[in-house]
Design a protein around this ligand. Structure first.
Ligand code: SF4
Length: 367
């Protein structure tokens, strides 16, 4: 189990203003939060709350729900009241739902000024409603729905156009004295997205919501998001993240949580260290690693388990971990806290590791 060694970090967080989305602080010295979005019909209150509960259990800090119709807007008071995590209403096109969401008690509202007609005229009223209800806003700029006035610039400088659009909208709110908002400038291309967020972080001090939009199915989207978020977070840029996947949103949360854990921006939970196997392996490492991962997937204490295929790196990695196996010749040497405990046949390795991991978790819980 973890000792008192200081946790290394990748970068000093860029200090922004802090806003609040319900009970979750965003920006300033608040931890980077993980967001996701429900895929249920928002009007189906039970299904939406059930999915929110699943996202919460996976580590989601803030959840967004789509509000494309009056039925969805009507469901917001119940959803906002019963969700354990802050609910953000996602509003496009129709500004009346912005006011409905604020009045419904949503902790936050995401507005997309690019597709709300005469948005400029409504900013003052939106800001007043948000102040009255303590609602956090996000100005969500997307390449796919950029302000038409910036399309010419977008052709030659897409990142610049996203940033310019965000700053234009931010200025409208600033002009009415409102500053409690985060900003996102999402793009499907991680390179343009990284450029846009870097430039935006130079130009303002609002909390930044990171996202690679339309990132694709799980495998591609995970890679794109991890690369883009990793680059920015390592520079201290980013206060909340949403991984967008064409997949179950619980997967988005799991990926987001792992990204933060990998950078020590969130305390690490269960972690597996396993070798990729090679011609020296004397056991089926890949299957062993998958079985241990599956058996311990619900582990919530920070235990690191090493599954290693041979004696080249096996004993060393297993000793570095809380628990591990260094395999050889169809057997596994079980190592706990740096000490060889016993040697078991290959078909008992998984069971032994899982049992010992649970024992360690129980000890950890008692401490
Ligand atoms: Fe190959 Fe052994 Fe390294 Fe695994 S630990 S990759 S089996 S050399």
């Amino acid at each position: 189990l973890p000792d008192d060694k200081p946790v290394p970090t990748v970068a000093t967080r860029r200090r922004t203003r802090m806003i609040h989305v319900g009970a979750v602080a965003m920006g300033g010295d608040a931890p980077v939060s993980v967001q996701s979005m429900t895929t249920t019909l928002t009007a189906d209150i039970n299904a939406t709350l059930q999915q929110i509960a699943q996202l919460t259990a996976a580590g989601c800090d803030i959840v967004r729900v789509a509000v494309p119709s009056q039925d969805d807007a009507d469901a917001l008071p119940a959803i906002a009241a019963k969700s354990r995590i802050p609910v953000v209403a996602d509003i496009h096109f129709n500004p009346k739902y912005v006011f409905a969401a604020i009045g419904a008690g949503c902790a936050g509202v995401r507005v997309n000024p690019g597709n709300i007609k005469r948005f400029d005229d409504k900013v003052g009223e939106i800001a007043r409603a948000a102040v009255d209800h303590g609602t956090g806003l996000r100005i969500g700029i997307n390449a796919g729905s950029l302000d038409k006035r910036l399309m010419e610039m977008y052709r030659t400088d897409p990142a610049g156009a996203l940033v310019q659009s965000a700053l234009n909208e931010a200025r409208l709110f600033e002009d009415v004295g409102f500053h409690d908002f985060a900003i996102s400038v999402k793009h499907h291309d991680p390179v343009i997205m990284i450029q846009a967020y870097r430039r935006l972080s130079e130009a303002c001090d609002y909390p930044l919501h990171l996202g690679v939009t339309e990132a694709g199915p799980a495998f591609q989207g995970t890679i794109k998001s991890s690369v883009a978020f990793g680059a920015l977070l390592a520079e201290g840029i980013g206060d909340t993240i949403r991984v967008s996947l064409s997949a179950d949103p619980v997967e988005e949360v799991k990926v987001g949580v792992k990204i933060l854990e990998s950078l020590n921006l969130r305390p690490r939970q269960f972690e597996i260290v396993s070798c990729p196997s090679c011609g020296r392996a004397q056991v089926d490492v890949c299957t062993l690693a998958e079985q241990v991962t599956e058996a311990l997937k619900d582990m919530t204490v920070p235990i690191r388990v090493a599954v290693m295929g041979c004696v080249v790196n096996g004993p060393g990695e297993a000793r570095e971990a809380d628990l591990g196996v260094a395999s050889g010749n169809g057997k596994g040497q079980i190592i706990a806290k740096g000490q060889v405990i016993r040697t078991v046949p290959e078909d008992e390795i998984v069971e032994t590791l899982v049992t010992m991991a649970h024992e360690m978790a129980a000890d950890f819980a008692e401490q």
